[in-house]
Design a protein around this ligand. Structure first.
Ligand code: AMP
Length: 443
């Protein structure tokens, strides 16, 4: 029997896994410059956390969660998003007592049973950030600037930042009635999905992808024009701050987001290079969630973005090359004594922080050299009885094709000098630094 990966899931193989690592490192770097710290939460949580946190009526909770009952009959769910988990951890670990503004970021797999299509997976990965404890629009601006900076770090251009305010519990009820009044005469012509939303969450009709529904909803009153004084001044403050920070953000009154917990700011960043699933980043403020999940009332704001989609846009747009890790030296053996020596010298080089490889398959010398070439080793050396006896060998620069005599005793030191690497015990610094490897793939 042959097994295949489950529908909607993907293997990330080398060298693609290296692009992931490289991108993840960039994301961590940007997060750290914004003073966000990493949080890791379990892959599964009690189902009730998501049902309560995200909202029973959302698509995620209604039809997309991977939920199961374990042997002790506890209902568990693989996390479909991170905010509810972060807030649970924040409350459980009294994080608010350590700091009045907790800034955390994450990189994590998420699980949603959606219809698989381009840009939509069942196990996908998100990076994101949450700032818990501050109600000021300046933190919304911090979060948006952070999301934009990560895209900048990825070398992506042409994205649109769209912002809206979805109001609060004070201004939303009256607005909902106003919207219902506008939509009621068109109800029979709306899609089944929008008809269902009419009673459950009427604002989400504005967020529909259905073209006919969009036309029918055109001209509907928008929440941004029906905000209470507090939400209105928050939204004005955010727009001004973004302008001062030179972040181009367009106001789009139709953004409502598919999760129930948003209050005030909601935003999306889209890329024309993504096709129909064009959302790269989604986020907003969720001032009621902490108290909803049992904590003290605490304002908060955050964003989440799809790693697969980020990489997709990077691959489409970028002409930048990502250096791939490659052995700094391939030590080939010419005969049996050479094999023994090569294995020991490979281990020595590695201990000295130099990425080294040798042959483990008893290959001919010719095929060892072909392998060194295939692996894009920077240098190669052939060692046999003669080299061992004289203590001397010839180091071949695989890119330039030049050859340099070397003392075998000092092989690792030579390679280190030739690769221009710093004298460091950290292997990644020593030989993997960007630009040091000959092996590059074009995205
Ligand atoms: P959301 O949590 O639904 O606001 O999604 C935030 C971001 O996660 C989206 O903008 C996408 O980039 C990404 N995303 C959401 N669902 C999926 C999925 N099924 N497959 C891949 N990426 C996704």
């Amino acid at each position: 029997m042959k097994f295949r990966s489950v529908k909607g899931t993907k293997d990330i193989l080398p060298p693609e896994s290296f692009l992931w690592q490289h991108t993840e490192e960039m994301i961590r770097g940007v997060m750290h410059t914004f003073n966000y710290r990493e949080i890791r939460t379990p892959v599964f949580e009690e189902t009730a956390l998501f049902a309560r946190g995200i909202g029973e009526l959302t698509d995620i909770v209604g039809k997309e969660m991977y939920t199961f009952t374990d042997r002790s009959m506890t209902r568990l769910t693989l996390k479909p998003e991170m905010t509810a988990s972060v807030v649970r951890a924040y409350i459980q670990n009294n994080m608010g007592e350590q700091s009045s503004l907790v800034k955390v970021y994450y990189l994590s797999p998420m699980f949603r049973q959606e219809r698989p299509q381009a840009g939509r997976l069942r196990q996908f990965h998100q990076y994101g950030a949450e700032a818990i404890g501050g109600g000021s629009y300046t933190i919304d601006a911090d979060i948006i600037a952070l999301a934009v900076s990560v895209l900048g770090g990825a070398g992506i251009t042409g994205c649109s930042v769209r912002i809206n305010s979805v109001g609060c519990e004070n201004c939303r009820p009256a607005y909902r009635e106003k919207l219902k009044k506008f939509l009621r005469p068109k109800l029979d012509n709306l899609s089944e999905e929008s008809r269902a939303r009419f009673d459950l969450n009427v604002m989400r009709i504005l967020d529909t992808k259905n073209e006919n529904d969009r036309k029918l909803a055109a001209g509907a009153p928008l929440i941004k024009d029906n905000l209470c004084e507090e939400c209105d001044s928050h939204f004005t403050g955010l727009r001004e701050t973004l302008r001062e920070l030179k972040i181009d953000a367009e106001v789009d009154g139709t953004i409502v987001r598919g999760l129930d917990y948003y209050t005030k700011t909601a935003f999306e960043i889209t890329s024309p290079d993504l096709g129909s699933q064009d959302a790269l980043v989604g986020g907003g403020r969720y001032d009621l969630l902490v108290s909803e999940l049992g904590g003290k009332p605490t304002p908060a704001v955050g964003f989440a973005a799809g790693m697969e989609r980020l990489l997709m846009v990077m691959q489409k747009q970028s002409s930048r090359e990502t250096p791939l890790p490659a052995p700094a030296i391939f030590i080939a053996a010419a005969d049996e004594p050479g094999r023994k020596w090569a294995l020991a010298a490979t281990m020595d080089a590695r201990r000295a922080g130099v990425a080294a490889e040798t042959d483990f398959l008893g290959r001919s010398l010719k095929s060892q050299m072909r392998e060194a070439d295939r692996q894009k080793a920077l240098f190669a050396i052939v060692v046999g009885r003669t080299e061992i006896e004289t203590g001397k060998g010839v180091l071949k620069d695989m890119r330039a094709g030049t050859e340099t005599p070397v003392e075998l005793d000092a092989l690792a030191t030579h390679v280190r000098q030739m690769t221009g690497a710093a004298d460091s015990a950290d292997a990644s610094d020593t030989v993997h630094g960007p630009g040091k490897s000959a092996h590059r793939i074009k995205r």
